[in-house]
Design a binder for this molecule. Structure first.
Ligand code: PEP
Ligand code: MG
Length: 571
């Protein structure tokens, strides 16, 4: 079976089918009240045991505050109105227990949803969450989750939402395969950050693989082998060992600068999603954080994270980086990134819809909570703010006005923060590219988000495997856009970084270096690979290469030419 390599490597292990099945309901009526109530009580006790285990584990791994969420689940489980309602449905309406519980849960969730208070409204998701667990336990079906796996596995799924990857037990997941998704879908990005081999966009694979099958993920060539022969096992075990050995070699570069042989140096930063990613950052010698995708804090939570909660995250990362720059991107939600507790309107084109800064400007309450948390944390580290999905100067002005408002409040409250905190924008829309010269006068830095810039420039959905061949950051239109942005920023005297995946492609690195890109930010595991290639070239050599490439007409020609260059350099 073939697919798209989302995160390079080889993984060998047992298949774990992650299908998030629903319970089938038996709608026939029953007179056996006692049997149904017994099933309810057994299911409820099982749920209580599970939740208690989750709480104990969460206190250790996620901290007291996160564990509170599951305490609340326990309270809901014991809610007397739930029990009364369920028993009534069984006794009076002769419903089977699964149907009774499912309806009772929906009724309670609907009451929460109809309340004015936003916090209470969001509790509906919790009610449904407990309800689902209870239902699975009543039916005696094991509920799937990736956060408490019993053994090391290879996860096979139709798709993984970012919150699956954010909460999954990284010690146990050796690799994953998804039927849908592209190279820059957020699941793919998470896999690279976590350094887990992954293949996405395989098309139907769930029906071809059974739980427990032995799987080889060859995430070098984008191939999945089901129940391999002994020879195949041996071959891929050897390749896996070689990859590990190569990685060890590159580790020796950790403390050396990212500098060409003629002394031109750039900064190599890391992209992170959560504090958990900091291990990789420190291990790979990142010189800063070029993109902190804060939406993962929101996705890994059961309601909008409070100012204090966010402050703790930002402060921790700031302190861990010991004075090195940490660029915190403000909430970039919508598109392919949903929230378990917040209902986005159905949109025909979510990637062109109510997302990122658009949502933040409409929901000033949510935005200000985050901005205040970043400002407060700026006292404890070298933090900057970065705004995603900007398309106009008006948006920049509005954002700056809200930041000013937050600063004013903090001054009045006598809460210290860095008065000089830098504010930058992501360049990820064609409109920002065209306006780069003007925008450069309004902000402190740019960071090019090539994942989105490629999809918007080429009008190719980054997550749609059916058109993944068209999604190409080496398209001359994208390369010209990047060059325009870097030139415009330098004319205005501000730096440009790149935090899209393109910044970690060895072939692209040479071109970007020659264009004068100031900072490259990527999954931490890519830093040694990028540093290695930078340390093999001279500036004049790559300037010539760039000049040639900018004259080529097609991505195919560019890629072919750059493939050869990289091959020569590395051999
Ligand atoms: C990008 O679009 O390139 C980017 C870095 O942001 P994200 O991948 O989170 O959309
Ligand atoms: Mg983006």
């Amino acid at each position: 079976m073939n697919g798209i390599v989302a995160s390079k490597g080889i993984a060998i292990g047992k298949a774990y089918l992650y299908t998030q099945n629903e319970i089938e309901m038996d709608m026939t009526l029953t007179d056996d009240v006692e049997q149904e109530i017994n099933k309810y009580n057994t299911g409820k006790e099982k749920t209580r045991v599970q939740l208690t285990e989750i709480i104990n584990k969460a206190v250790k791994t996620l901290g007291e505050d996160k564990a509170m969420v599951f305490e609340a689940h326990l309270t809901m489980l014991d809610d007397p109105t739930l029990e009364e309602n369920v028993i009534n449905k069984v006794k009076e309406h002769k419903q089977r227990i699964e149907v009774a519980v499912s309806q009772a849960i929906e009724e309670i969730a609907a009451i929460f949803e109809s309340l004015d208070d936003e916090y209470m409204r969001e509790r509906a998701a919790d009610v449904r969450d407990v309800g689902k667990r209870l239902l699975f336990n009543i039916a005696g079906i094991k509920m799937q989750s990736l956060d408490s796996l019993e053994e090391e596995v290879i996860v096979i799924a139709n798709d993984l939402v970012p919150s699956d990857t954010a909460t999954m037990d990284v010690q146990k997941v050796l690799g994953f395969i998804t039927e849908v998704g592209g190279k820059t879908s957020h699941t793919a990005i998470m896999a690279r950050t976590l350094e887990i081999p992954a293949i996405v966009g395989t098309g139907t694979c769930l029906s071809e693989i059974r739980d427990g099958d032995i799987i080889i993920i060859n995430a070098i060539e984008g191939e999945v082998i089901i129940n391999p022969t002994d020879e195949e096992l041996k071959k891929y075990e050897n390749i896996k060992q070689k990859i590990l050995a190569d990685k060890k070699k590159l580790e020796l570069l950790k403390d050396l600068p990212a500098e060409t042989t003629d002394g031109y140096s750039v900064q190599l930063f890391a992209n992170i999603g959560t504090v958990k990613d900091m291990n990789g950052v420190l291990r790979n010698g990142a010189e800063g954080i070029g993109l902190y995708r804060t939406e993962f804090i929101y996705m890994d939570s059961n309601n909008f994270p409070s100012e204090d909660e966010q402050f703790e995250h930002y402060k921790t990362v700031g302190e861990m980086m010991e004075g090195k720059e940490v660029i915190i991107r403000t909430l970039d939600i919508g598109g392919d990134k949903g929230l378990p507790y917040f209902k986005f309107q159905e949109e025909l084109n979510p990637f062109l819809g109510w997302r990122a800064v658009r949502m933040c400007l409409d929901r000033k309450d949510i935005f200000k909570t985050q901005l205040r948390a970043i400002l407060r944390a700026s006292k404890y580290g070298n933090l900057s703010m970065m705004i995603p999905m900007i398309i106009s100067i008006e948006e920049i002005e509005k954002v700056k006005a809200i930041i000013e408002e937050c600063k004013k409040e903090l001054r009045a409250e006598k809460i210290p923060f860095d008065e000089q905190i830098k504010v930058g924008i992501m360049i990820e829309t064609p409109s920002a590219v065209m306006m780069a010269d003007k925008m450069a006068k309004e902000v402190d830095f740019f960071s090019i988000g090539t994942n989105d810039l490629t999809q918007y420039t080429l009008a190719v959905d980054r997550g749609n495997e059916a058109i993944s061949k068209l999604y190409e950051s080496f398209h001359p239109a994208v390369l010209r856009s990047i060059k325009m942005v870097i030139d415009a920023s330098h004319t205005a005297g501000i730096p440009t970084g790149m935090c899209g995946e393109f910044a970690s492609d060895e072939r692209a690195v040479l071109l970007l270096l020659a264009m004068g890109l100031d900072e490259f930010s990527m999954s931490a595991s890519s830093i040694p690979i990028v540093k290695n290639i930078i340390r093999k070239v001279t500036m004049s050599q790559i300037k010539e290469i760039l000049e040639y490439v900018m004259e080529l007409n097609t991505s195919e020609q560019i890629i072919k030419y750059m493939d050869n260059i990289v091959l020569e350099l590395l051999n």
